[in-house]
Ligand binder design. Sequence first.
Ligand code: ATP
Ligand code: TPS
Ligand code: MG
Ligand code: MG
Ligand code: MG
Length: 323
Amino acid sequence: MDEFSFIDLIKQKTYRQPSIIRGIGDDAAVFRQSSQDIVTAVDTFVEDVHFSRSTMSPFHIGYRSLAANISDLSAMGAKPAFYLVSIVIPSSWKEDDLDGLYKGMADLGAAYQMDLIGGDTVSGNELALSITVIGFVNSDKVRYRHTAKPGDVVFVTGTLGDSAAGFHILTNPGEYLDQAYYSRRHRMPTIRVDFASELENLSRVTLNDISDGIANEANEIAEDSHVNLTVYEEKLPVSQNYNQFPESQQSKWQLYGGEDFELLGTVPSQDWDELKDIADRTQTPVTEVGYVSKNTDNGHYVWLVDRQQTNKLLEKKGYTHLK
Ligand SMILES: Nc1ncnc2c1ncn2[C@@H]1O[C@H](COP(=O)(O)OP(=O)(O)OP(=O)(O)O)[C@@H](O)[C@H]1O
Ligand SMILES: Cc1ncc(C[n+]2csc(CCOP(=O)(O)O)c2C)c(N)n1
Ligand SMILES: [Mg+2]
Ligand SMILES: [Mg+2]
Ligand SMILES: [Mg+2]
């Protein structure tokens, strides 16, 4: 199959978004938007860095790659609308594999009324996928990392450490409880689209999505907001039977594992009840894990109160490229 028949194959027959003027088929895509702010992000996924063929099917690779991108839109409070896919295809990837990969993206895209409106196709030595997402948010309702204030409640959605636990199961075959659940949390992470966009009526919410690990993302909020964050280790939510994993790994995965694509945020304490209502309405588990305080010496610290009630500095470390 050549490049052009491939593009024909992956092209949507119809589009869902009303603002689309031209999707796939010209030098670029066109959409028209007047009343909302446009939010856009790109993330790249490379074989043997972000996924391996032994732990992920092509469908999973497509699904998770788009999920990771949509997660960034949610972390901005935006609703997803469009995506563009740039792909490097090695000769070992057959038509069926590519079909599965695009189906993974298309299934998730369809669930959120997204349209695939463009991309690029080249051949190369290993599979690499770069997805650009575009979303909309009502003017001035974008949720940034720099808006946390002393007194805010710190919260997370869902549970932490599941993706790393799922990866552990997939790479260390054995007998585990809830094996299918954990594998799914790694391969098809839950994203918090409805919760994030329904926060719109709250006057102030700080959001960041957990791609590298909560230690990293909490530090990003502290630095950008010029505040300190305190997080209680015993409050960090875990899934059922999480205690089956090696004890030395449990807290490491929760703090530094990454790829959970849950949201870490802060909200003024008077809005906590309203946030909980929105969480209930959108069936999103939300847990209070700590609080924001004033930073007194420009250090922007994240403190972790461990299970022995000892205050420790939670360093900004997690998954980093170009170490
Ligand atoms: N190579 C690059 N060129 C231009 N801007 C970049 C580049 N890499 C990252 N950025 C920008 O830096 C900021 C932080 O990017 P980063 O990738 O760390 O965030 P993220 O996508 O939320 O995290 P992750 O990639 O771990 O999911 C974003 O504004 C991003 O657009
Ligand atoms: C085969 C394989 N090896 C390692 C990992 C773990 N991993 C890769 S990238 C990343 C952080 C997010 O990346 P980015 O910052 O690029 O979004 C993590 C935790 C994996 N998923 N698969
Ligand atoms: Mg990125
Ligand atoms: Mg992010
Ligand atoms: Mg990263």
